[in-house]
Design a protein around this ligand. Structure first.
Ligand code: SAH
Length: 242
């Protein structure tokens, strides 16, 4: 697996290169992802060098934008662990501190795979959790408790905001990795974001190495509590986005 493009990408973001311990863990993670893909239906990207860029480099992008004191994170709809798990592995190593990460996915097969990865890689502070974000958002132990809520490739912003913002503590940040369309998606649901306690979104375009299309980091600060009525059941979120 060629990590050179990942290091070049990190340098362009002003971030430290991959420590050797992180390379080893990423290599093993990729091996498990590719070997177990058929059984768990994890990803369409199976070429190791593409995995390095489209899964690992992409997942590290938030490291350039996260507050230093972010310790408790959740990845909503993490699938095979992206972006949360590579990000945690990297941050733990370069910041020398453990970051808590809940890896939430509705599909049991994905969280089963993540339990195996966490065991094999001896991850501490990683919690695979099968469940739905709109239900977890009403769990008093989870609601408004995370410093950082992450999400990639789960849904359009007019639905994603209601899945993610209720889990974010006031003063924390919701950070989504989106395609370039993310900006317009946010503009269309600006009133909904405000209703959920979100502040003004910030946009940072980025480009992965190789022939990848432009992507976007969307950051929404949580500035006030989410009203109790949200999140609604998924049917309502889908039918009548805020
Ligand atoms: N974030 C990963 C996976 C994206 S696929 C990546 O970028 O590679 C979207 C994932 O979101 C699926 O695994 C699906 O099971 C999960 N998902 C969709 N809606 C969800 C919800 N409401 N709560 C929890 N997980 C959800």
């Amino acid at each position: 697996m060629n990590f050179a493009p990942v290091d070049t990408y990190l340098a362009a973001l002003g971030l430290p290169a991959l420590p050797q311990s992180v390379r080893e863990r990423f290599a093993r993670y990729a091996e498990l992802l590719i070997c177990e893909n058929e059984k768990y239906n994890l990803t369409a990207v199976t070429d190791p060098d593409e995995v390095a860029v489209r899964h690992f480099a992409d997942s590290l992008t938030p490291a350039a934008y996260l507050p230093q004191d972010a310790r408790r994170m959740i990845d909503v709809g993490c699938g095979a662990g992206f972006p949360g798990l590579p990000l945690k592995i990297y941050l733990d190593a370069v910041r020398g501190e453990n970051h808590g990460l809940t890896m939430l996915d509705a599909t049991g097969k994905k969280t089963e795979f993540l339990r195996m990865v966490c065991r094999e890689l001896e991850i501490s502070g990683g919690e695979p959790l099968q469940g739905r974000a709109e239900e977890l958002g009403h769990d008093p132990a989870r609601r408004e408790s995370y410093d950082v809520v992450l999400s990639r490739a789960v849904s359009a912003m007019d639905k994603l905001d209601e899945l993610c913002l209720p889990l974010c503590r006031v003063g924390g940040v919701f950070l989504a990795l989106k395609s370039a369309a993310g900006r317009e998606e946010c503009e269309r649901c600006a009133a909904g974001i405000a209703k959920l306690g979100g502040g003004t979104p910030q946009f940072d375009p980025y480009q992965l190495p190789g022939d990848q299309p432009e992507s976007l980091v969307v950051r929404i600060p949580k500035i006030s509590p989410t009203p109790k009525a949200y999140p609604r059941a998924f049917g309502a979120i889908k039918k009548r986005p805020l």
